[in-house]
Design a protein around this ligand. Sequence first.
Ligand code: ADE
Length: 237
Amino acid sequence: MPTNKIAIIGAMECEISSIKQELKDLKEIVYADLQIYTGNIKDNFIILSRSGVGKVNAALNTQYIIDTFKPNMVINIGVAGGVDKCLNIGDIVIGTNLVQHDFDITPLGYAKGCMCIGKDKSKPTKYYCDNNLIEKFQNILEENVPKNKIHQGVIASGDQFIADRDVKKEINESFDALAVEMEGCAIAQVATRNKIPFIVIRAISDLADGDMSNAHAEFEKYSQVSSQAIKLFVDTI
Ligand code: ADE
């Protein structure tokens, strides 16, 4: 029996392709347009998936993988836009908690991002990454990447590609967010509901400010940064 069953989810092919190359006994499953691969790395059974972009794709994918494979952890990888001043392109963000910046029932008296869960209407709903996984990734990355390129903090997800300085500023200030992307919080929400530890690891591919002249090449390039972090992690657990 493998030691761990690890679900690794990325939205785009470039975010998962280099991990796919590492899988031994590779098998492929296509379900409801989800592309899923299984295989082994060392003693670990890996369920690797390209979910497609956005929160609904990510949620559908996560629940399918949990129901079908019963992983003992879920990892979301890929690129993100940096919205905090401390970030540079190529940095890595280890999510500590995830919010949905586009969840908006403010006309009913709720704070932006508050999802009607619990009694407190005044704060966004946060989904917390697993502390053990945060610590493991921090330690592994510190051994391989300059420390000033590794950050921990809030990642904000939404069904929007952020490419505007004012929107970026608002998300940074309202949620104290370091980075924006389009799937992490959906995966976090589903994993939390299923009581499965999760983590989100993202490499910064842009600064969410509209300069997208070289976007596809940048996605390819910086996807490799988060894939590399996952390979190091899977190799060492
Ligand atoms: N993924 C990478 N960059 C992003 C951005 N600026 N907004 C949303 N998702 C992203």
